[in-house]
Design a protein around this ligand. Structure first.
Ligand code: NDP
Length: 321
């Protein structure tokens, strides 16, 4: 089978398709023919071997996807032919993947399997941020960074569906213009965004900032919060936030700061299924529009990584075998 494996931490242009051994199926595991694998920022961290993201080499990249079951246990609740999706399973940039049943979720009819692949990591992340890390209620005011990105677009829609008010940053006029269609109330540039947020909120600040950009934004994000507001720092697209003096949380208005990760918010099967079924329902009912920003054949995986890191993209990038 074909897959994308790295034998050393590398630049994107070293990503190559190669012939790999088909994975062996263990009990309680499904062998799945991949329909699409999602491309995520974390894949670029793993490819580069950034601190905290190093895995034993050689490594098949990819952490999510969807596909059709080609082998399962005779007593499994999944059957050959079922379409499933999965988040957080390594080696997903491959034609055939072995997925533990505990990580598999059935893709309902009415949801395109490629769209299902697109929302596993990013959709579940947006869901826990908006429903659990800081629960958006009617009129909650939120600032979302990288609003036209994969997680950003979903965050905006989920906040609006919950009745909140959204201010979102995006780097270009073209990206900002497109956010209105998602219901975004204010699309703003990054430059001095804390001042813009103060102007929009009559100097009060927002209740929550969802910040996946990290190093370039976190200080202004803190400065955009109302008293006792929460910074949910969930990513580091511009680089990791350096060690900081927690006293600033006191002086900036008794602020809260959290650094959440998806695995802790889908730690039980019940929680995982609830989040996934909410997302699939909203997709079927067209309350959640998932934009596929690009479909790349495996041979062009390097271009997908280059595009994601170069900030050219909008929406979700997929690799297709
Ligand atoms: P995006 O599609 O949002 O792509 C990243 C975007 O970040 C870019 O398009 C760009 O948008 C913006 N950006 C701002 N500054 C920079 C910079 N210096 N370099 C590159 N991009 C920059 O990616 P994802 O939706 O896949 O992921 C968003 C974040 O969420 C990532 O940091 C990722 O690691 C994190 N994440 C965290 C999870 C968790 O549970 N904690 C789970 C899943 C993802 P623009 O040009 O408009 O600003």
């Amino acid at each position: 089978m074909r897959g994308i494996s790295i034998s050393e931490y590398s630049n994107p242009d070293q990503l190559r398709v190669s012939e790999l051994d088909t994975p062996k199926r263990e009990p309680k595991t499904l062998l799945v023919e991949t329909i699409a694998a999602g491309v995520n920022f974390i894949d670029t961290y793993q490819r580069q071997g950034l601190p905290g993201y190093q895995k034993p080499l050689p490594l098949i990249l990819g952490l999510e996807g969807s596909g059709r079951v080609i082998q399962s246990d005779p007593d499994s609740s999944f059957s050959v032919g079922d379409v499933i999706a999965w988040p957080f399973h390594p080696e997903s940039y491959a034609e055939v993947v072995a997925i533990p049943e505990s990580k598999a979720i059935t893709v309902p009819e009415g949801v395109d399997p490629k769209v299902a692949a697109a929302v596993m990591l990013q959709g579940l992340t947006a869901h826990y941020l908006v429903n659990s890390t800081f629960e958006i209620k009617p009129n909650s005011k939120a600032l979302v960074h990288a609003g036209s990105g994969g997680v950003g677009r979903l965050l905006i829609q989920m906040i609006k569906n919950a009745g909140g008010v959204v201010i979102a940053t995006a780097s270009t006029e073209q990206k900002r213009e497109r956010l209105g269609a998602l219901g975004c109330d204010y699309a703003i540039p990054y430059e001095q965004f804390h001042k813009t947020v103060r102007e929009i909120t009559d100097n009060a600040g927002v209740d929550v900032v969802y910040d996946g950009v990290g190093n370039d934004t976190y200080m202004q994000s803190l400065a955009s919060l109302r008293k006792r507001g929460l910074l949910a720092l969930f990513g580091a697209s511009s680089g990791a936030v350096p060690p900081m003096d927690l006293q600033i949380l006191n002086s900036m208005g008794s602020l809260f700061l959290t650094r959440p990760t998806l695995a802790d918010y889908i730690a039980t099967r019940e929680e995982y299924e609830k989040r996934a079924s909410d997302i699939f329902r909203d997709i079927s009912e067209k309350r959640l529009i998932v934009e596929i920003g690009g479909e790349y054949p495996f041979e062009n995986a390097s271009q997908a990584h280059i595009d994601l890191q170069s900030r050219k993209t909008s929406g979700k990038l997929l690799l297709v075998p």
